[in-house]
Design a binder for this molecule. Structure first.
Ligand code: ASP
Length: 607
């Protein structure tokens, strides 16, 4: 028997045809000797009927009935039969094959399934088993329509992206998985070398340095669907390995990179949804994003903007604000507007608690406009004039509730952003059918720790600074692409001058010998005619998860790790045998028995 059709294919026009279908027994029910089976595969579900009365002459009915008994849930079977119209009134309009059924004439069990640990239907959340069970039996979970659709969507997305990039002269080039550490702000996963005991490769946190090398190597336009590895705590949109659509281009400016991404997303959009995507995407400066929305990846599908009140309250007798302002901090407010009526005194207390414990804010001040004036337990510390000015600045109407946040610039706005998101969710302000892309631009090159004064790269150390790196403020030629409150990816122009690269690393406090050891090879390459270049990487898992409205990226990755970075399917990570550790000389390394000096010799011998 050879499959003639998939389980998603048969329609009314196939009525009368002899077909062979092969797939999984999803459900079966016995109606007094007549059996109905939902036969499923990736493409759909077809109803199969076994009716002993309808078998062709000469069929061994008992043998057939015995075979049918073996058709237990999730077993793989093959059936031959005739397509017929379903009995009047039993059509299933939700199923594309719902007008027809296949009357069995031959049947064969291809592989019996053990009783599945959960039902594989089109379960909605709540009926689904817990995530760990889904992970342990991922191959069963993948049979669910929702997972099949996610895999199909992801595959189509990547196919369209590749098509667009190929049309635009990009070369798909693979970069090494075993290499040297690439600093992207996380810990490395490392792999021990057996050939050179005591030495380790690092898995790439991104292909950053290699894609820059490809530009030095004149490749001009590169892309890769690149796997990246970062050892950091898993969250709903992070896991140890993830996929980036990684690109690099030579002789470009920032707008060229942004235009290319807009073109790519528009092309993909058209292919996925048959609709145009509105471009160019809006741009928002980093500082504005922080001060208006409390985030460098703000969700701008709803209002609830912060208003800076630092000047308005600068003379307020309220001591807490005075102290914060004297320390160079900020005061800002958010007006809940029409949503205010939904937030009573108890909810206000809950927000105060949330602000301190979840949003990491020092505190939260509230005021409500009653009978034309702002009132609360602390308004006695404010002058009527200042209260009136706050009202004006925040466009407060009767009944409006406002929250004030105060403290150091970055931490306070970031905390404010967390609070803003919570308020928006509680007030039902977040639409789930709007996709809003935008570019976050005008970013700094460095972040300076307010306590230690230490410089950190805002993106990474390879971004081109736009002014003298010794100026008080250094702008970076970098930007992010964001969607609905998520950062999808970062891009930048890169440093292509060896001296400048060295100077930036020095500014970041990397000791000279580390610069030489870790980046010497890279800086050397920049010295051999590196072209001006830049690029971007977009997180594929995250983008797909947002487009499909999934809670977590794990729902769009075929074999993800769980929240504790464990793969429950193959039980990794796993201890390895001492014999393997010995082979790798890791045990000797741990006990200090490994002679590292002789290893240096091995290295130099081979150079
Ligand atoms: N390598 C960067 C990252 O992984 C992206 C880029 O700058 O191209 O975020």
């Amino acid at each position: 028997m050879r499959r003639t059709n998939t389980c998603g294919e048969l329609r009314a026009e196939d009525i009368g045809k002899q077909v062979c279908l092969q797939g999984w027994v999803r459900f079966s029910r016995d109606h007094g000797g007549v059996a109905f089976i939902d036969l499923a595969d990736r493409y759909g579900i077809t109803q199969i009927v076994f009716d002993p009365e309808d078998l062709p002459k000469g069929t061994d009915v008992n043998a057939m009935a015995d075979t049918m008994k073996t058709f237990t849930r999730e077993s793989v079977v093959s059936i031959v039969g005739t397509v017929r119209k379903r009995v009047e009134g039993t059509d299933d309009a939700r199923n594309p094959t719902g007008e027809v059924e296949v009357l069995i004439t031959e049947a064969e069990l291809l592989n019996k399934s053990a009783a599945p640990p959960f039902e594989i239907g089109d379960q909605k959340e709540g009926v689904l088993p817990n995530e760990d069970t889904r992970m342990k039996y991922r191959y069963l979970d993948l049979r669910r329509t929702e997972m099949i659709q996610a895999m199909e969507f992801r595959s189509k997305f990547l196919h369209l992206a590749r098509q667009y990039l190929e049309q635009n002269s990009f070369l798909e080039i693979e970069t090494p998985i075993l290499g040297r550490s690439t600093p992207e702000g996380a810990r490395d996963y490392v792999v021990p070398s057996r050939v050179h005991p005591g030495t380790f490769y690092a898995l790439p946190q991104s292909p950053q340095l290699f894609k820059q090398m490809l530009m030095v190597g004149s490749m001009d336009r590169y892309y890769q669907v690149a796997r990246c590895f970062r050892d950091e705590d898993s969250r709903k949109d992070r896991q140890p390995e993830f996929t980036q659509l990684d690109m690099e281009m030579s002789f470009v400016d920032m707008a060229d990179i942004q235009n290319m991404i807009e073109g790519l997303l528009s092309f993909v959009w058209k292919g996925l949804y048959g609709k145009e995507l509105e471009t160019p995407f809006p741009r928002i400066a980093y500082r504005d994003a922080m001060e208006r929305f409390g985030s460098d990846k703000p969700d701008m599908r709803y209002g609830l903007e912060f208003v800076k009140l630092t000047d308005v309250v600068k003379d307020v007798p309220y001591q807490i604000f005075q102290r914060i302002l004297a320390e160079g901090g900020i005061v800002a407010g958010i007006n809940l507007g029409d949503g205010s009526a939904k937030v009573g005194r108890n909810e206000v207390d809950r927000y105060i608690h949330y602000a301190k414990n979840k949003a990491k804010l020092g505190g939260l001040t509230w005021m409500r406009c009653e009978n034309g004036v702002l009132t609360s337990n602390i308004t006695k510390y404010f002058t009527p004039e200042i209260l009136e000015n706050i009202k004006q600045a925040m466009n407060v109407k009767e009944g409006d509730l406002i929250f004030l946040i105060a403290g150091p610039w970055k931490a306070t706005y970031e905390g404010g952003g967390v609070l803003r998101r919570k308020i928006a969710e509680d007030l039902g302000l977040v639409p789930d059918d709007v996709f809003q892309f935008f570019w976050m631009v005008d970013c700094p090159m460095f972040e300076v720790d307010p306590v230690s004064g230490k410089y950190d790269a805002f993106h990474h150390p390879f971004v081109l600074p736009l002014n003298d790196i010794n100026d008080d403020y250094v702008a970076g030629a970098c930007f992010d692409i964001c969607l609905n409150g998520n950062e999808l990816g970062s891009g930048s122009l890169r440093i292509h001058n060896a001296d400048l690269q060295r100077a930036v690393l020095e500014k970041l406090g990397v000791p000279d010998e580390t610069i030489e050891k870790e980046f010497g090879w890279f800086i050397q390459a920049l010295g051999y005619g590196a072209p001006p270049h830049g690029g971007i990487a977009m997180g594929v898992d995250r983008l797909i998860a947002i487009l499909l409205n999934k809670e977590t990226i794990r729902d769009v990755i075929a074999f993800p790790k769980n929240k504790r970075a464990v793969s429950l399917l193959d039980n990794s990570p796993e201890k390895i045998d001492d014999s393997k550790l010995e082979e790798l000389q890791i045990l000797s390394l741990a006990t200090g028995d490994l002679d590292l000096e002789s290893l240096e010799d091995i290295d130099s011998d081979e150079q």
